[in-house]
Structure formats: structure tokens, C-alpha cells
Design a binder for this molecule. Structure first.
Ligand code: ADE
Length: 240
């Protein structure tokens, strides 16, 4: 997958793109991220990228010229397939695992990181296919949201996460939270591992995990359980 990021702070992305699982995906060529500094496209003498809002009001707005030119530049290099142009914005569709899965199908995304009080509406009208929010709170810019989006989409690209099973079983994969996990030692300061996990009985282990997953969801995120379509077997397990 190729991702072009338009930002005023490209350096913010360097640590995430060179560390851990995402760093390895970049190294392996499974993920290619190009960082563009919006300021480099400003045509005025002082490389100013923002201006006061028409009609008055507080804060500054990212002006159309640098973003139009940055987007023309990025889009020029891909005549064949049109990339999905995404603006990170608190007004956008709230990111969840379902949206991440859909976006993981894209070959090419262009992510615009807004800043200041927002982006001139004409940029959105002309270029943006989708606005994405990472939650109902306001951050100072779109960089952290863009990194969240890149991380959760990139890990769904086949080969990025070592074992594909680990993205299948996890929280939200089917609208349930995960079951508790344990590793060695068996007894740590008197806290022990549930015996079923040492039984070697895989059917019993699966049953226990499903039950704990259902209980965990009921306790921590009952809203998710309302939406999950539980089988009669799962409903029985929950009652135990
Ligand atoms: N920019 C500022 N706040 C944001 C949010 N919650 N999601 C996406 N982009 C943002």
C-alpha cells in the first residue's frame, strides 16, 4: 500500500515509520509512505500556509493554494488509479475496525493533516473523498490522527503482522473484546493462571476463551454486545 501524507510537520511521522511492526512493513516494502510538507508548496514570499477566516472568527485557516498545489503534485504521479483522498478531521466518520478493514483494501491513499482551525472548504469540495475522525475530541492537528489511521490500516495488510490469526481473533474482529491472556510463570506473586489453559484440551480452552470474551464485553463494553449477533450457544455461555 502506498500512502502520501500532506502535513506541516513531517518529522512527527519519522519515529512511527521507523519503529516496530510499521517500521518493518516499510522496510519490507509492504508499506510505502511519502511525506510532503505543505509549506514547501506555498508560493508566497514567507511560505505562509494559513490566513484569517472570511467573515471573522478566531484562529487561522489552511489556505487553498498550498494544498491545491500539493494535491496536484501528488495526484499527477498516479494517472492509472485514483487514490482515496482522506482528510483527518474531528468532523469525519469515526474510525473503527470496520472502516479500517475497508481502507486496508485501498492500493493508494492520500492523507491530509489539517491544522489550525481547519482547512479551506474548497480543498474538501475539490479533492477529499472521505473525512476521518479518530474520536469525539479535538486535537491540535491531524498528525496524530493520521498516524493512528496508518497504524491500524497498515497492520491489516497481509504480511505486516507476522501471524494473520492475530488480527482475526483480537478485540473488535467480530465485535467482541478479547479474552484474558497469560504467559509464564504459572504462579506470579500468588496470582495463578486459570487451570483450563494448562489442560491441553483445546475444545475446553476455546469454550473458556469465548465465555471470557463474552463476559469481558458485557462488563466493559455492553454497547458492543447489543450489536454483536450472538448464537444461541453464545447466549447460553453468557448465562453460565
Ligand atoms: N484533528 C483534530 N482532531 C481530530 C480528530 N479527533 N480526528 C481526526 N482529526 C482531528
Amino acid at each position: 500500500m502506498k500512502i502520501d501524507v500532506l502535513t506541516l510537520f513531517p518529522d512527527m511521522f519519522i519515529p512511527m515509520l521507523s519503529s516496530s511492526i510499521i517500521g518493518r512493513a516499510v522496510e519490507n516494502g509492504l508499506l510505502k509512505v511519502n511525506l510532503y510538507n505543505i509549506r514547501d508548496f506555498a508560493k508566497n514570499k514567507h511560505k505562509q500556509v494559513d490566513d484569517y477566516p472570511y467573515g471573522g472568527g478566531h484562529g487561522m485557516i489552511l489556505a487553498p493554494q498550498p494544498l491545491f498545489d500539493a494535491l496536484y503534485h501528488v495526484l499527477e504521479s498516479c494517472q492509472d488509479s485514483k487514490p482515496k483522498v482522506i482528510l483527518m478531521s474531528p468532523q469525519g466518520k469515526v474510525l473503527n475496525q470496520e472502516l479500517a478493514k475497508q481502507l486496508a483494501q485501498e492500493q493508494h491513499m492520500v492523507i491530509i493533516c489539517g491544522h489550525y482551525e481547519g482547512v479551506d472548504q474548497r480543498v474538501i469540495d475539490k479533492f477529499v473523498d472521505l473525512e476521518v475522525s479518530i474520536g469525539d475530541y479535538v486535537l491540535t492537528g491531524g498528525e496524530l490522527p493520521a498516524m493512528v489511521l496508518i497504524d491500524c490500516v497498515a497492520r491489516l495488510i497481509p504480511g505486516v503482522v507476522g501471524n494473520p490469526e492475530s488480527t482475526k481473533d483480537e478485540s473488535f474482529a467480530r465485535g467482541l473484546l478479547e479474552y484474558p491472556q497469560y504467559t509464564r510463570p504459572y504462579n506470579y506473586e500468588g496470582y495463578t493462571v486459570p487451570d483450563v489453559l494448562l489442560s491441553g484440551n483445546h475444545q475446553e480452552i476455546s469454550r473458556w476463551r469465548l465465555k471470557e470474551s463474552l463476559r469481558n464485553t458485557l462488563k466493559k463494553r455492553p454497547d458492543l454486545l447489543e450489536r454483536a449477533e450472538l448464537s444461541p450457544y453464545e447466549i447460553e455461555l453468557l448465562k453460565e
